[in-house]
Ligand binder design. Sequence first.
Ligand code: PFF
Length: 447
Amino acid sequence: MKQRENFSSKLGIIVATAGSALGLGNIYRFPCEAGANGGGAFLIVYLITALLIGTPLMISEFIIGRRSRSNPIGAFRTLSGKKSAWPVVGYLGVLCAFLILAFYTTVAGWTLGYLGKSAANHFAGQDLTQIQAQFISFTNHPWLPVACQLAFLALTAFVVARGVKDGIEKWSKILMPLLLVIMVVLCINSLTLSGAKEGLRFFFNPDFSKINGRVLISALGQSFFSLSIGMGALITYGSYIGSKDNMVSSATGVVLADTLVAVLAGIIIFPAAFTYGIQPEAGASLAFTTLPMVFQQMTGGYFFCLIFFLLLVIATLTSTISLLEVIVAALTEETHLSRPVAAIIGAAGTAVIGVLATLSFRTGSSLHIGGSTVFDLLDHMTASYFMPIGGLLIVLFVGWVMKRADAMDELTNGGTLRSGLRKVIYCIIRYLAPVAITVIFISQLVR
Ligand code: PFF
């Protein structure tokens, strides 16, 4: 049998998982959700769910992945036996990856478009109305957003077709730290703006009376989305982790880095939004109007804007790679397709639904189902239903279906790592995480 590829080092898993986690979820979706759900109230629930549920769930996915050395479908089959129904969770995960990739590439395309706009210096000297008009005219353009989306998908397929190690590790290693550096610079800049105090108050002051079922599920969904958990992406990456890698410290490192980047994005965006009079609940346009406004008033703005959008494109690419990898790993291992053919089929399939999501953004578009755009529907379905349910089933599987000895064997690398903390993690996976996810999931239904 052909040997499966592994990441080449401990840095390899951290870098690849962080590459999957860091992306539009942090810089575009997080501020958008925090803005729509009351700022501080959302942040606090988000932090608790990301750290307390997100970390053990990420570790659970690594356990399933490394134990089975397989894609999500094969993983559940290997670990639960041929006749069991558990592989359905793997199928749901692959379907979820496909649906996320479809609408994610809509915004990924925008980042490519905005990279072009920054290179052409389109934001210089523009006021808020003009920058808002640019967003509307870009998303309404007859073919440009679709072309950018398809280009992004093609780029993703190209990298995935060449294989995990060459593709993913190489890209992420250098560029993710650079993104962090530029975000810190932008943060410092935002703190000097006139609306800084108001923005920070909005973002950090929790108004507990605002916490309701909708805020809870939005925060849970956002933390799962941002960490790429609850649908098998990290089962797939977990299957490439070497047997000596420490999955607990890797997962913790990624969760902390991902949370840090989301919080930095909030510190960049909210002070700027309050300074320029942009509504925090502006939704999809929030990041794409606030950021150009920030750049056009900043010293060296042209340069920062260009580098920022370049890094954002790359951060987004490492996330789309991990989404397509879920589909490609499943297709190559469950059928006998080659990697390049699977990558092309996966990308082409995604393009069909993805283009509908992009077109649904146009003013007056009829691409609405039940009152929401195709884009919003895909986003809502995956973050509020697929990922919480997937996450719940994954922790239940590790906590209750897998043998405790096997899970502990993975957690401690065959007994070579200290087991005290790992026993606590196992208990969280078995008891706390399933109860917390269930309570939050039900809270949205009984609104
Ligand atoms: N975590 C990515 C982000 O925050 O942008 C989005 C994502 C990537 C979700 C990969 C799910 C996934 F499998």
